[in-house]
Design a protein around this ligand. Structure first.
Ligand SMILES: Nc1ncnc2c1ncn2[C@@H]1O[C@H](COP(=O)(O)OP(=O)(O)OP(=O)(O)O)[C@@H](O)[C@H]1O
Ligand SMILES: [Mg+2]
Length: 240
């Protein structure tokens, strides 16, 4: 059987549960409740990837501004700024562009345009040798596109591009059920099917604990058991 190249996740104890990491070139969907640690997961995946594995990463943010994400990174002493300076970490900012202020003077960003974003994304991947991509969040990106067909096409093209360029991509989404999501068909797993990780809160006695379930990972045997996850001063850790 051919050995699949693996991309270490940077989350302690996670790689041991998935044969060493995400299959290289795959697209993984990470869903979870608010505050469960999805953004921290994404930052850690790119930070450790850049620092320890020398793999440049791109963070496409549609929710928080890059400055906010840097503050989060600082909580864990992740020096994202110097990685940025050395070309190993790149923020593609859709969050700022979403504020469609009337005066150009108040915002340097043009309104969100899917084609421009794709071009910028592909440019960065080629020029900087990006190997890891995080999209935070997928609904956040899609909801900036008014027309559902345009959104669908954008997603198809982005995912195809990521596969051709062999980046290993983490798509972040809030936990969803078909009823509340604006684009349920886009998130149904139709083509986001390389891997699915669910994070959620579960009541244990008096308090809530964070859980992680790796529900789907192509080419990888899974035990389908939920694991407790903790956020420590070093970031996310899976308790095994
Ligand atoms: N240094 C820290 N130690 C422990 N927990 C922390 C630390 N810093 C942040 N947290 C926890 O991480 C949570 C936020 O994590 P994160 O932003 O990754 O969540 P998220 O899943 O992306 O949420 P959302 O869906 O709202 O974007 C906070 O609610 C906080 O409890
Ligand atoms: Mg988040």
């Amino acid at each position: 059987m051919a050995k699949i190249a693996r991309v270490p996740t940077g989350i302690p104890n996670l790689d041991g549960l998935i044969d060493g990491g995400f299959p290289r070139g795959s697209v993984i969907l990470l869903t979870g409740d608010p505050g469960v640690g999805k953004t921290i997961f994404g930052l850690q995946y790119l930070y450790v990837g850049a620092l320890e594995y020398g793999e440049p990463g791109l963070y496409l943010t549609a929710e928080e501004f890059p400055e906010e994400l840097k503050l989060t990174a600082q909580q864990f002493n992740w020096d994202v700024m110097s990685l940025e300076e050395s070309g190993k970490f790149y923020f593609l900012d859709l969050a700022s562009g979403r504020i469609r202020l009337p005066s150009k003077a108040l915002t340097s960003k043009a309104p969100f345009d899917p084609d421009t974003v794709l071009v910028e994304l592909l440019d960065a991947v080629r020029k900087m040798g990006i190997q890891r991509v995080v999209v935070d969040s997928l609904p956040g990106v899609l909801l900036t596109i008014d027309d559902a067909r345009v959104a669908r096409r954008f997603l198809h093209r982005m995912i195809s591009a990521m596969k051709i360029l062999r980046t290993t991509t983490l798509l972040i989404s809030e936990s969803y059920d078909g009823a509340t999501n604006a684009y349920p068909h886009l998130l149904s797993g139709e083509f986001l099917s390389s891997g699915l990780i669910r994070m959620y809160f579960e009541r244990e006695g008096e308090k809530l604990v964070r859980k992680m379930l790796i529900q789907k990972m192509r080419y990888t045997p899974l035990n389908l058991r939920p694991y407790t996850v903790e956020i420590t001063s070093h970031g996310l850790v899976v308790i095994v």
